[in-house]
Design a protein. Structure first.
Length: 148
């Protein structure tokens, strides 16, 4: 019998983001303070730093709940997560005035324009990265915690 499998699934999902997001925050702070980039990066960090770790933990709990019925591999389940995070992140960024959607691309902080083609390529790389992280790291932590 597994005591508290959902708690362990949540902790396994939060594990990766708890290690990676502080490193990303450090890079952004260096870019903002050392390179004196005049873009208010801090406003763009609120959503990822607050929501993404919790979403990863809940997503891993959802994998645990649905795994018996779907037999979906952890990597495939994790690769679906960007399809949830991108629209939610875009909506929040648009509502906060961080992101403006245009006809040919998006503009971040009224300063940096990115064409939709680059976003599509980046999204494909992101899906691949999520697949690999969920397959190898989150899957490993799930096995170590005895829930996979």
């Amino acid at each position: 019998m597994n005591p508290h499998p959902y708690l362990r699934a949540y902790l396994a999902g939060v594990f990766v983001t708890s290690l990676v997001l502080p490193l990303i925050l450090t890079v952004f702070i260096v870019v903002r303070l050392v390179l004196q980039l005049p873009v208010p990066i801090e406003r763009g960090l609120i959503f990822p730093m607050a929501v993404v770790p919790a979403v990863w933990g809940l997503w891993n709990m959802l994998w645990l709940v649905s795994h018996e019925r779907t037999h979906l591999a952890a990597g495939v389940h994790g690769a679906v997560l960007p399809f949830v995070l991108l629209p939610c992140g875009t909506l929040v960024a648009h509502c906060l005035g961080i992101l403006a959607l245009g006809s040919t691309g998006v503009t971040w902080f009224q300063a940096c324009s990115v064409p939709y083609a680059w976003i599509a390529v980046g999204f494909c790389f992101g899906v691949a990265a999520y697949y690999l992280v969920w397959k190898y790291i989150v899957g490993f932590v799930n096995r170590v915690l005895g829930i996979a």
